[in-house]
Design a binder for this molecule. Structure first.
Ligand SMILES: CC(=O)N[C@H]1[C@@H](OP(=O)(O)OP(=O)(O)OC[C@H]2O[C@@H](n3ccc(=O)[nH]c3=O)[C@H](O)[C@@H]2O)O[C@H](CO)[C@@H](O)[C@@H]1O[C@H](C)C(=O)N[C@@H](C)C(=O)N[C@H](CCC(=O)O)C(=O)O
Ligand SMILES: Nc1ncnc2c1ncn2[C@@H]1O[C@H](COP(=O)(O)OP(=O)(O)OP(=O)(O)O)[C@@H](O)[C@H]1O
Ligand SMILES: N[C@H](CCC[C@H](N)C(=O)O)C(=O)O
Ligand SMILES: [Mg+2]
Length: 426
């Protein structure tokens, strides 16, 4: 990866390093430092020193981490700030955006360090006031965010994900909590009892525990309506987004904008009304039959979505990604069986794993297979779900959200849950 600052080339790859470039030594590439020197590189800085080479004083960086809710909360913050008239950049799972323009398609939820600095530089060049970014657990562990000063760090929740990479849940939690160790301003979900954080400059939001931004009531009649108190004063906001988990995401977004702009809360709540949600996150693709696409691909994410339709007969279509955490698969099966009337287990992104074996891992968590179908072809699985729906059904197609491909081995085949659904809606 290369970055040009004041006509000087900065690289994190020894193969690109030479007498004219600066080699930025990170946790990821320190083993290649000698080969950079062997290639003639004379100027070597540490990843943490990079911040002294790019003036970032004109932009406020807001970082969001957590197992689920990062993309949704980041998008809500981005939408509110834009509505309030600020210039904003958004970086995350769905790509890189500047002031409502998609500048780059999906790459990594959190790019490597030089990638983050390149995007921040681009945002500064576009006079952005804010840089809103998702911070993945991989990024924290690999120190991709080294050198970034955060105006606010936000915690959504910590449950489980990426255990294929972090190996144990304790390590995963340790990595996530390490993001909140310093004195930066931070906004913590007080209802999450796993998170540990440095309380200096700490703010909190919650539905149950006492907190700075405390939801006092909410209703889902004709949309979502939320009342919350802030130092005893009552405020409210509404949204067309569904689910209690989105009450958390939206409360976090309102609180984050308040902390970083000091704008009146009622003005921020009004701006939130313009947020239409994130494609592939609780997205209603068809009303009759009711078909919803969602990105839930962890046990907790699935539970939150499945719990949102108590009065419907759920037909749940889902699989699990290959080359990802295997232990979550039976837990996903167990949770789907707890809430669904019918289940169709199918493929997600198998990558280099055998899709049949992934499905077996999921089935291992389901005791009663009476209402369970196996359909390895995701297109067929969606078609079958639509054919079996009635007016009391809700079809939940989970795990891929707005992904535009299905990854088989290392090939990306065009595939969209939404397009497959619309093919079969009369
Ligand atoms: C599993 C994983 O995270 N791998 C990351 C890791 O790969 P790696 O350790 O093999 O890296 P590498 O190719 O050896 O390079 C390491 C460093 O050495 C340097 N290098 C390398 C070779 C050399 O000869 N000289 C040299 O200097 C490279 O420039 C780089 O700086 O380091 C690379 C560079 O820093 C990352 O690009 C790569 O992310 C890969 C592409 C990836 O797919 N990561 C996924 C799993 C990921 O990060 N996902 C998260 C969460 C997704 C989500 O839940 O939404 C994300 O943030 O997207
Ligand atoms: N606050 C939340 N708590 C639990 N589940 C949530 C929450 N917000 C969203 N979800 C569920 O998790 C899924 C992923 O949401 P989102 O894409 O916002 O999370 P993310 O943290 O960006 O995920 P990833 O790390 O995979 O990019 C949603 O589709 C929904 O099912
Ligand atoms: N972008 C994330 C989530 C992918 C979710 C699911 N579609 C899968 O393939 O596991 C990742 O690469 O882990
Ligand atoms: Mg995301």
């Amino acid at each position: 990866m290369q970055l040009i600052i004041n006509n000087k080339v900065y690289t994190d790859n020894s193969n690109e390093a030479d007498e004219n470039s600066v080699f930025v030594v990170s946790k990821q590439n320190e083993k290649f430092k000698d080969s950079a020197i062997a290639n003639g590189c004379k100027e070597i800085i540490t990843a943490n020193e990079l911040k002294n080479h790019l003036d970032m004083s004109s932009i406020k960086v807001i970082g969001i981490t957590g197992t689920n809710g990062k993309t949704t909360t980041a998008a809500a913050i981005y939408s509110i700030l834009l509505d309030l008239g600020y210039k904003v950049a958004l970086q995350g799972t769905r790509g890189f955006f500047i002031n409502d323009e998609r500048v780059e398609d999906y790459s990594l939820t959190t790019p490597v360090q030089l990638g983050n600095f390149a995007h921040i530089q681009q945002a500064i060049n576009n006079a952005c006031d804010f840089f809103v970014m998702e911070v993945s657990s991989h990024a924290i562990e690999q120190k991709r965010i080294e050198g970034l000063e955060f105006a606010l760090k936000i915690h959504t929740n910590i449950t489980r994900d990426h255990l294929d990479y972090h190996k144990t849940i304790d390590e995963y939690i340790r990595v996530k909590n390490s993001f909140f160790e310093d004195d930066s301003k931070k906004l913590i979900n007080k209802d999450d009892n796993v998170v540990k954080y440095n309380s200096t400059n700490g703010f909190a939001y919650s539905l149950d525990e006492p907190s700075t931004y405390k939801v006092t009531a909410y209703s889902f009649k004709n949309g979502t309506h939320v009342m919350f108190s802030h130092f005893g004063k009552m405020h409210s906001f509404s949204s067309n987004m569904m689910g209690i988990f989105n009450v958390y995401n939206l409360m976090a977004a309102v609180a984050a904008v308040h902390i970083t702009t000091q704008k009146p809360l009622d003005e921020i709540c009004e701006a939130l009304e313009g947020f239409a949600g994130v494609s592939g996150r609780m997205e209603t693709v068809s009303i009759n039959p009711l078909v919803i696409v969602d990105f839930a691909h962890t046990p907790d994410g699935m539970k939150e979505v499945l719990q949102s339709f108590p009065e419907k007969e759920i037909i749940c279509v889902f699989g699990a990604g290959g080359d990802r955490d295997k232990l979550k698969r039976p837990l996903m099966g167990q949770i789907a069986a707890m809430y669904s009337k019918y289940i169709i287990v199918t493929s997600d992104n198998p990558r280099f794993e055998d899709p049949d074996l992934i499905i077996q891992d999921i089935l291992a968590g389901i005791k009663n297979h009476a209402n369970v179908q196996i359909e390895i072809n995701r297109k067929e699985a969606i078609k079958k779900a639509i054919a079996m729906a009635n007016e009391n059904s809700v079809i939940l197609v989970l795990g891929k959200g707005d992904e535009a491909t299905q990854i088989i081995y290392d090939k990306k085949f065009p595939f969209s849950d939404k397009e497959e659904i619309l093919k079969h809606i009369k």
